[in-house]
Ligand binder design. Structure first.
Ligand code: NAG
Ligand code: NAG
Ligand code: NAG
Ligand code: NAG
Ligand code: NAG
Length: 212
């Protein structure tokens, strides 16, 4: 009887430990899996073209066209518009959802320029610097560097109906109202999917539900 009690207590302690360990693991890894598809909402600057965009994101032109039926001819993409570039949204380092693109630096590139011009503010200077070993003043020409773009696969606590999202860099003049109008997503949902985002700041990333 006594023996049985002792081993019972031991078992309980062991069980308790297991729960504690599982809890810690769960708290530490902030994402477990990503999703096959997310969009990068890429603002087409003057002089940009599909060949270039295809190279930057390592995605084929036919695949990009598949998600951008508004593009009638791959030779002409209107500057000042946005296109949805498909990419896979992965759980990186068990910490956050993103995708790391490989970009070959050109003469005169800085982390800031790569973020704001090449990747059209889909990332920022700080976030590019964070994932590369080169010091900002010592970026070699024609080297391959990491460019990480954040993404999301949704939030089941907000709504289970949305699983496909565009990483959307806000531009001056845009706000919650214009975004809701253009995306067809209710204002309240946009806010709930982006807690803490300032939609009137004219910069920064938000996640906008998209249609496949
Ligand atoms: C496509 O865009 C890139 C980058 O802006 C440019 O270097 C290239 O000459 C352009 N190609 C064409 C065919 O316009
Ligand atoms: C990125 O943001 C900067 C600063 O707001 C702006 O000057 C630049 O035009 C933006 N780039 C694109 C491609 O929209
Ligand atoms: C991407 O997400 C990380 C983690 O949430 C955040 O620290 C970082 O500032 C984000 N990057 C951009 C460009 O918003
Ligand atoms: C890019 O990221 C990978 C994986 O984290 C790392 O091994 C590599 O050194 C990084 N590249 C640069 C140029 O820092
Ligand atoms: C959001 O950004 C705008 C423009 O920069 C600013 O005027 C406003 O105070 C900001 N709102 C919040 C809640 O930070």
């Amino acid at each position: 009887m006594m023996l049985n009690n002792v081993s019972n207590t031991k078992r309980h302690i062991l069980q308790l430990w297991l729960w504690v360990v599982l809890f810690i693991v769960k708290v530490e890894s902030r994402c477990s899996n990503g999703c096959d598809l997310a969009f990068a909402s890429y603002y087409v600057a003057k002089g940009s073209n599909l060949t270039y965009i295809s190279k930057i994101f390592s995605q084929s032109i036919p695949l990009i066209l598949k998600y951008n039926l508004q593009i009638l001819s791959s030779d002409i993409i209107e500057s000042g518009t946005r296109i949805n570039v498909p990419f896979s949204c992965l759980c990186l380092n068990g910490d956050f959802l993103g995708h790391t693109f490989k970009y070959q630096t050109q003469i005169g590139d800085t982390y800031g320029k790569i973020a704001s011009e090449v990747f059209a503010n889909l990332t920022d200077e700080y976030w590019v610097q964070r994932v590369n070993l080169f010091k900002p003043v010592q970026i070699p020409d024609f080297a391959y560097i990491n460019v990480t773009v954040n993404c999301t696969c949704g939030n089941r606590h907000v709504s289970k109906d949305y699983g496909l999202f565009a990483t959307y860099p806000l531009r001056p003049g845009e706000d919650l109202k214009s975004l809701a109008l253009n995306s067809g997503v209710p204002i309240m949902l946009l806010e709930q999917f982006n807690p803490g985002s300032n939609f009137s700041a004219g910069s920064g990333l938000v996640f906008v539900p998209a249609k496949g």
